[in-house]
Ligand binder design. Structure first.
Ligand SMILES: O=P(O)(O)OC[C@H]1O[C@H](OP(=O)(O)OP(=O)(O)O)[C@H](O)[C@@H]1O
Ligand SMILES: NC(=O)CC[C@H](N)C(=O)O
Ligand SMILES: [Mg+2]
Length: 499
């Protein structure tokens, strides 16, 4: 890895030696992280990387840099393009090291103080961190820290890592960071920076993705390979589950403090979250989704005239379904690209509006036809109800709904903001109940084994599942301390903020 470090990779340091909610109830998005070391245009490149990761979180974006003397930070609510497309913001972020974040909150409200990267001035220097994932003991740790005198500046779970690093008694930054990681349960892909280092860490099960890239000899850590492609960087490899990686001027250290445990990456990255042009864990997300559609055609054929995708995320599976079934693929729904993902809007009424603003029927295609609608997932049913009605209003004769993943019966606590169980359609309705609710002529889901087959396995290994699929099975791969313990997940902020 040392070949990733160019001569000009070392930012100058004036510092001493080596130191260095509330839980929402709504499936929302995740977050995306990006970090680059030693590049003269670190902030501009990070802004581009975050733009490619925008699908992972649209609530807020932030970048922190270090210029060899000081840290600089810009954090904003809204989209990356709102905050960083103007050159002025980039000019305010000088430096050769940068970390950035796009947020979809899972713990802590959508207010500026929770926008990442979070920064702390620690004994020995500054530390900024960006987090994708969610800690399942974040609230418990936070309560303990506050009882011990910590003053929390945010209501985000991510903040606890800053406190834990600050409290570690170890002399060196990397050891302190690892000390802190040992206290965490749940999911994390972290990218952080100090005055000397860019650090990355992936939780022991590798629930959330993190990849290593390289641009002109400068290392990059980011959530997905699409953030490398946008800047012409090379994908070197995935950061392994449980790996901690540290870049400094003269070396790259890779550590595995948790020993080796069988990985359980989140299957939902492949089904919905990641961008289809990304490669995660050696799998093209597009190919996997298409194969899920082919598998779905084999498991749940439909007597119909056309296959129609629910754009955007249903498109690759619909192509697969069409190819496997031999039914023609047509764009019977047109998506307005100036509207974000609906799955991830904060309230039900906004989601309802979002779906209407987002999808329109293409009457010329669907009128008089028996159609198979393909979507990747059904969460609350908001999208499906609207789309089925829209297809009928546009004259579709029959509407058969096929979903390229199993019914979602359990919430996620690892960085996807799923609704509570009572809002998950599949948790409260059987198959026939769901069919009636969405108003389709027939409804079918891909089986859990079908998902694993699309990933190249014979099926799900029940003793040692290859992925975490808790949303479908209720088998959570880590302790859920905040949920199981005495601490109420409804953590209250005492401060009401306007933004
Ligand atoms: O059952 P629901 O609660 O409606 O949620 C499910 C829908 O939400 C997601 O799409 P989303 O609109 O978030 O994003 P996309 O544009 O990437 O497909 C998912 O792909 C389904 O279409
Ligand atoms: N979706 C995520 O990955 C969120 C990261 C972090 N838990 C937050 O709420 O800010
Ligand atoms: Mg969708």
């Amino acid at each position: 890895m040392a070949d990733l470090m160019g001569d000009h990779a070392a930012p100058k340091s004036a510092e001493a030696d080596d130191f260095f909610d509330e839980y929402g109830d709504t499936l929302r998005e995740e977050c995306g992280v990006f970090g680059i070391y030693g590049h003269p245009d670190a902030a501009a490149i990070t802004a581009l990387g975050l733009h490619a990761l925008q699908h992972r979180g649209q609530e807020a974006a932030g970048i922190t840099t270090y210029d060899g003397r000081r840290f600089h930070s810009e954090r904003r609510l809204g989209l990356v393009s709102d905050a960083f497309s103007d050159g002025e913001a980039i000019k305010r972020l000088p430096g050769h090291i940068a970390v950035g974040h796009v947020r979809y909150s899972t713990t802590g409200e959508t207010v500026l103080r929770n926008v990442q990267p979070l920064f702390a001035e620690l004994d020995g220097g500054g530390f900024a961190i960006a987090h994708n994932g969610n800690l399942t003991n974040g609230l418990t740790l936070r309560r303990q820290l506050i009882r011990d005198g910590a003053i929390c500046q945010s209501t985000s779970d991510t903040e606890v890592i800053l406190h834990l690093v600050a409290r570690s008694k170890r002399p060196r930054f990397t050891e302190r960071f690892i000390d802190a990681l040992r206290m965490l349960e749940g999911a994390y892909a972290f990218v952080g920076l100090t005055n000397k280092k860019l650090v990355g860490a992936r939780d022991p099960l590798g629930i959330r993705p993190l990849v290593l890239g390289e641009l002109d000899g400068h290392p990059i850590l980011t959530s997905e390979t699409c953030a490398l492609d946008i800047i012409g960087a090379r994908h070197v490899r995935d950061i392994e589950p449980g790996e901690v990686i540290v870049f400094s001027s003269d070396k790259v250290e890779t550590l595995r403090p948790f020993g080796s445990v069988p990985p359980r990456p989140c299957i939902f990255e492949y089904i919905y979250f990641a961008r289809p042009d990304s490669v995660i864990g050696g799998h093209s997300v597009y190919q996997v989704r298409k194969t899920m559609g082919m598998q779905l055609a084999a498991e749940a054929p439909a007597d119909a005239d056309l296959v129609v995708p629910v754009p955007d995320s249903g498109v690759p599976a619909a192509i697969g379904y069409s190819q496997a079934s031999g039914l023609p693929y047509e764009l019977g729904i047109i998506r307005n690209h100036y509207v974000g993902r609906t799955f991830i809007q904060p309230t039900q009424s906004v989601r309802d509006q979002g779906v209407r603003m987002k999808h329109s029927a293409n009457r010329a295609v669907v009128e008089g036809k028996r159609i198979v609608l393909i979507d990747d997932s059904l969460v609350r049913g908001t999208t499906s109800v609207k789309i089925v009605r829209m297809m009928r209003e546009a004259g579709a004769r029959e509407v058969h709904f096929r979903i390229s993943s199993p019914p979602i019966t359990h919430p996620d606590y690892y960085g996807i903001d799923t609704p509570d169980r009572d809002k998950l359609l599949a948790a409260t309705h059987d198959l026939e109940g769901m069919r009636r609710y969405i108003g389709a002529d027939s409804l079918a889901f891909l089986s859990i084994d079908g998902i694993y087959k699309a990933m190249g396995h014979e099926g799900r290994d029940p003793l040692r599942p290859q992925y975490t699929d808790h949303c479908f099975t209720g088998e959570y791969p880590t302790a859920l301390t905040d949920r199981e313990g005495e601490v109420s997940p409804r953590q209250l902020s005492l401060l009401a903020e306007a933004s």
